[in-house]
Design a protein around this ligand. Structure first.
Ligand code: GRF
Length: 200
């Protein structure tokens, strides 16, 4: 079974959904590590409850991104992690991890990319007054939410929708499609004899 690490900075509802999917067998993968850059994030509690190993760090304790990513890489190697799943990790991935996990890092973003990249995508969509938004799962490259798109699901913003109801709907969709998309991706990787699928 493929060994994955989830990177998260916040509440971790996507971490939970992914972990739960591995437990129910919908996602044939093992969550071997949670990497978190916010020592007080709720996701840490979730990981501990699930018995998932955690690596929690404060970027300010390191001289540079290269330095903390080198430490993260050490931790990933110790857990034999093969694939990185970003789920609300609020940092750009740097050259160390991009190099070591080329084509093996994915992210989920709460908009239909390339619309509304970066912070507060839901707020950006509300402000723009769009009638359709959604969720995107994409490979990670050096840019901000710019990697090749793997899957998307649209969500209509009906009359009377508020930021809160849109957010709820986005989360529902995220929790459903992230595990499903990862399962498909891992099946493809398995079929390819575990060799890396280079898509970009
Ligand atoms: C999600 O909406 C995800 O798309 C974005 O950050 C949010 C994380 O939520 N990248 P949670 O911490 O998984 O609840």
């Amino acid at each position: 079974m493929i060994s994955i690490a989830v990177f998260a900075s916040g509440s971790g509802s996507n971490f939970q959904a992914i972990y739960d999917a591995t437990q129910s067998g919908r996602l044939q993968a093992q969550v071997s590590l949670l990497v978190c850059d916010k020592p007080d994030a709720k996701v840490i509690e979730r990981a501990e409850k699930a018995g998932v190993q955690t690596f929690v760090f404060s970027p300010k304790d390191f001289a540079s991104k290269e330095e903390y990513e080198t430490e993260i890489y050490k931790q990933l190697s110790q857990q034999n992690v093969e694939f990185i799943v970003l789920a609300g990790y609020m940092r750009l991935i740097g050259s160390v991890l991009l190099e070591k996990f080329k084509g093996k890092i994915v992210n989920i973003h709460p908009s239909l990319l390339p619309s509304f990249p970066g912070k507060d995508a839901i707020g950006q969509a509300v402000k723009a007054g769009v009638k359709v938004t959604g969720v995107t799962i994409h490979y990670v490259d050096a840019g901000m939410d710019t990697g090749p798109i793997i899957a998307q699901q649209a969500i209509e913003i009906g009359k009377g929708y508020t930021r809160e109801t849109i957010e709820q709907r986005i989360h529902q969709v995220e929790h459903a499609i992230y595990a499903e998309t990862l399962q498909q991706l891992f099946q493809q990787i398995k079929k390819a004899g575990n060799s890396l699928i280079k898509t970009f």
